[in-house]
Design a protein around this ligand. Structure first.
Ligand SMILES: Cc1cc2nc3c(=O)[nH]c(=O)nc-3n(C[C@H](O)[C@H](O)[C@H](O)COP(=O)(O)OP(=O)(O)OC[C@H]3O[C@@H](n4cnc5c(N)ncnc54)[C@H](O)[C@@H]3O)c2cc1C
Length: 366
């Protein structure tokens, strides 16, 4: 039997899209790879983040804002449908600075972006003393912070679990161990998996994270994505130490402090390294000195999925109409947009969001 949509990839991006399509009454089969796959959705930092996004492309800033605005409603709906809470806090987030120069330079860029966004960029600059009132554990080396009110953080693993549960509840099939090796379009789509099975679908969404780099060109996409390693640390559960998240550290809903993440161009290597982890720890202690006494309980590395300009790619194949590439750097932030807004683009309705700037034409390579 033919499914309306086959989604290749069962990470946050594939499941968010699957969820949105199921909500519209489409039949959906999610084909996910094996346990050896790289899976950013299981190793990320959990920020639902707006500030610093789209500094050179305001549409990306807007797209992130749109998603952040509808995230709470999306998380609530997932919670109600599945009985699985998706913890989310959206009371702002910080970009912490250790020098006046970097703080001023960033504010200058934010002002430019704010003007391009018609003023919709609610942030405030806090000097050290004002920041200290908000964050009593902040260290003396932090000269100040940009507090952006559209920022927040979530529990990304609980999001992944709730999404998978709700996709199944709505009748979606989520098949694991189904690494796709080929996609053909003689009559609808025929999708071949490594185990010899074939799935027929009316449309295909390639949301395979780093797996799209290999499969994309077979479907007529450039898919110029690359891995970038991020190492992350987490401490034991602690009493409240951090009120709002930053790009350096956040206190997760369960109490541990998550510290991260590095940005390393090391290919398909997701191991942790001693210099990477000690660099993260040193920066976090500079920001919150009390962390020097915290016990670390876990560290891991995971690979980001980056396009050359860091922006998402939303592209319909010209070679295989009905096949779409969906990939992005910030799948947690964009989960709500992918679930609630992107299906209109896939379905070509009058409500489709304008995603023109995110197509692959912007990349010169073929
Ligand atoms: C360290 C780190 C920190 C991050 N922090 C944040 C953050 O704070 N906020 C935020 O918004 N984002 C963050 N991200 C990014 C976010 O995690 C990713 O954007 C998101 O997880 C990408 O989801 P995905 O579904 O595209 O990819 P993945 O989670 O990698 O999933 C891809 C899936 O495709 C499957 N697959 C691959 N090839 C095939 C194939 N041929 N056939 C079938 N299936 C296949 C794999 O098995 C895998 O399950 C971070 C990422 C990292 C690494």
């Amino acid at each position: 039997m033919q499914t309306d949509y086959a989604i290749i990839g069962g990470g946050i991006v594939g499941l968010s899209v699957a969820w949105g399509l199921l909500q519209r009454g489409r039949t959906v089969t999610v084909l996910d790879g094996d346990d050896g796959s790289f899976r950013a959705s299981r190793g990320n930092f959990g920020l639902v983040w707006v500030q610093s996004k789209g500094m050179n492309q305001p549409r990306y800033a807007q797209w992130s804002q749109q998603s952040a605005k509808i995230w709470a409603e999306f998380a609530n709906e997932l919670g109600e449908n599945t009985g699985q809470n998706v913890p989310l806090e959206q009371k702002g987030g910080y970009d912490l600075h250790f020098s006046e120069e970097t703080l001023e330079a960033t504010v200058e860029k934010y002002e430019e972006l704010k003007a391009k966004l018609g003023g919709d960029y609610p942030y405030e600059v806090l000097g050290h003393n004002a920041l200290h009132k908000e964050e009593p554990h902040i260290g003396p080396k932090v000269v100040g912070a940009i507090l952006h009110y559209q920022d927040g953080h979530a529990n990304p693993l609980k999001l992944l679990l709730a999404l998978a549960a709700d996709v199944r509840r709505m009748g979606g099939k989520v098949l694991n161990g189904k690494t796709v090796t080929d996609v053909r379009q003689p009559d609808g789509f025929q999708i071949s998996c490594v185990d010899g099975s074939t799935i027929s679908a009316g449309k295909v969404v390639l949301a395979a994270g780093l797996g799209a780099a290999g499969l994309g060109p077979k479907m007529g996409f450039k898919a110029p994505i690359r891995p970038q390693r991020g190492q992350v640390l987490i401490t034991e559960k602690l009493p409240k130490l951090i009120n709002r998240p930053s790009l350096i550290a956040r206190q997760v809903d369960e109490g541990g402090i998550q510290i991260g993440a590095t940005n390393e161009e090391v290919g398909l290597d997701d191991r942790v390294t001693q210099p990477g982890l000690s660099g993260l720890a040193a920066e976090a202690i500079a920001a919150y000195p009390a962390l020097a006494r915290a016990q670390l309980v876990r560290s891991w590395g995971a690979l980001r999925i980056l396009s050359p300009d860091g922006l998402p790619i939303y592209q319909e194949s010209t070679v295989m109409p009905g096949a779409f590439l969906v990939t992005c750097h910030s799948g947690i932030t964009l989960a709500a947009a992918h679930a609630r807004l992107l299906p209109d683009w896939l379905e070509g309705t009058h409500a489709a969001p304008d995603l023109e700037v995110f197509n692959e034409d912007r990349f010169a390579i073929s």
